[in-house]
Write a protein that binds this ligand. Structure first.
Ligand code: 16G
Length: 242
């Protein structure tokens, strides 16, 4: 396939699609180099500026990455997160990764105003505040901050969360089966402390998630989490109407 100069599609966008097809057809895999901007310009009869625009776009989309002085390479595909009431453990296992968790903080704190409001509990009532670094095959993926009312899971603190899934503990030890939830997802910029934990340059893009999960109409968990935007994309089925 070649660039069509008569097409209303800009040349850099045509090259994007051609290059992605070429990567698949040539059987390139993760970390394989793609041809240089000069080579691509010659192959497709395009200016260096147009080729650079395409590469910039593919880098921004997370399909390619650049190593200064070395070239441009095929990036790892992002993990597709389903919008479901699944635990991190379940989600990672389904995708063939080994899930992990490192405890950062676990304490019982009085619920602040907004946490209490969102959980429909009295302000100041005790909640387990749990901060964990979540990993997939040992690689940091997200920082998750969960709040769980003490009244729902009183002795939750005796269970290790680096060895077991929080949702599994809630179910197996407390008989809590989550039956509904809601989640908001926003683009954000990584806080310096989280960037360090996640191994990202400060100011990297992240997905900020807030999830409330419920059992029998009662809010069990309010989680505020920071997921790496360079490793995650969200996938959702669409209903025909709102
Ligand atoms: C998911 C939830 C998190 C919950 C965790 C439990 C989001 C975006 N996700 O990652 O709220 O705490 O699952 O996972 O908030 P676990 O059962 O593997 O510990």
């Amino acid at each position: 396939m070649a660039i069509d100069p008569a097409s209303p599609v800009p040349k850099y966008a045509q090259l994007r699609d051609l290059l992605l097809d070429w990567i698949v057809e040539s059987g390139l895999s993760v970390d394989d180099p793609v041809p240089s901007e000069r080579e691509l310009g010659t192959t497709y009869g395009l200016s260096r500026m147009t080729v650079r625009q395409t590469i910039d776009l593919l880098v921004a989309e997370g399909k390619l990455y650049r190593v200064p002085g070395k070239g441009t390479f095929v990036a790892r595909p992002k993990i597709e997160m389903a919008l479901a009431l699944a635990s991190f453990t379940e989600d990672m296992r389904t995708r063939g990764f080994v899930p992990g968790a490192r405890d950062l903080t676990r304490r019982v704190v009085p619920a602040g105003g907004s946490t209490a409001r969102m959980m429909d509990i009295a302000p100041g009532s005790p909640v387990h505040h749990i901060e964990r670094l979540r990993t997939a095959d040992g690689e940091p993926m997200a920082v998750e901050r969960s709040n769980i009312p003490l009244s729902i899971a009183p002795h939750l603190d005796v269970f290790s969360l680096s060895e077991r899934s929080l949702y599994a503990i809630l179910e197996e030890e407390f008989g809590i089966i989550l039956d509904s939830g809601e989640q908001t997802i926003e683009a954000g910029i990584c806080e310096p402390a989280d960037a360090k934990l996640l191994g990202l340059p400060p100011g990297s893009p992240v997905l900020s998630m807030q999830r409330r999960s419920f059992a029998n109409g009662r809010c069990v968990e309010l989680a505020r989490s920071t997921y790496r935007a360079d490793r995650y994309q969200l996938h959702s089925r669409l209903d025909p109407r709102l």
